[in-house]
Design a protein around this ligand. Structure first.
Ligand code: SF4
Length: 202
């Protein structure tokens, strides 16, 4: 349900409840769902008229039944970790007030966004982190995702994943199914063999 004057902040999708707190993202992926539809799951529109404050997100969460199991997932029409400090405040509220697991679906670029090491900051706040890999080389990543940080992005994603694995129990790297079979296999080796995290094709 859309919040008057803002848009859909929370939306149900499958078994999870998702938080859509920003439309900002340093990438412009060729496959981004934002180019294809305005909404997902139970949302009317995931385009926000403005970013909700932490208090507004909490007020919205209070309207939902969060007593059951399942995840609260930071994933909307933008990169959640653009708002890293706010995300941690929201996780703190979720941990204190609900029994839900917390997950963030991220492009893994928060170190470059914030110009510092960010993975250690997630310790204790997240049960799971899913990092989009989507390409097996820096060149291929650039060509597909067009990150504003250029080819430094790919190594930054691998570094973030390596570091976040040290502090978050459940870490997955994912790829979109639109890339080729050999590229998917190369990504699988990076995730599972090189970084020791789980791998998922979405
Ligand atoms: S990183 Fe995610 S939100 Fe950003 S452009 Fe790519 S698919 Fe879209």
């Amino acid at each position: 349900m859309a919040v008057q004057g803002i848009g859909d902040i929370l939306y149900g999708y499958g078994a999870g409840i998702y938080l859509n707190i920003t439309n900002r993202c340093p990438c412009c992926c060729d496959f981004c769902i934002r180019h294809m539809t305005d909404a997902l799951g139970g949302a009317d529109s995931l385009w926000l008229k403005r970013e909700p404050t932490v208090s507004e997100v909490i007020e919205e969460m209070k309207k939902w039944d969060l007593s059951g199991p399942g995840e609260l997932v930071f994933c909307g029409y933008g990169e959640p970790l653009v708002r890293l400090d706010d995300v941690l405040l929201l996780c703190q509220w979720i941990k204190t007030n609900t029994g839900r697991r917390t997950r963030v679906n991220t492009n893994g670029l928060s170190d470059l966004i914030h110009k510092k090491e960010t993975a250690p900051m997630l310790a204790g706040y997240f049960d799971a982190v899913s990092v989009s890999l989507n390409a097996p080389t820096a060149q291929a990543y650039n060509a597909l995702c067009h990150p504003e940080f250029g080819e430094a992005s790919f190594d930054a994603i691998l570094h973030f994943t390596r570091e976040v694995k040290k502090v978050v129990p459940d870490v997955t790297m994912s790829v979109v199914s639109v890339i080729s079979g050999p590229e998917i296999e190369a990504c699988r080796r990076i995730a599972q063999d090189d970084l020791g995290v789980q791998f998922r094709v979405r």
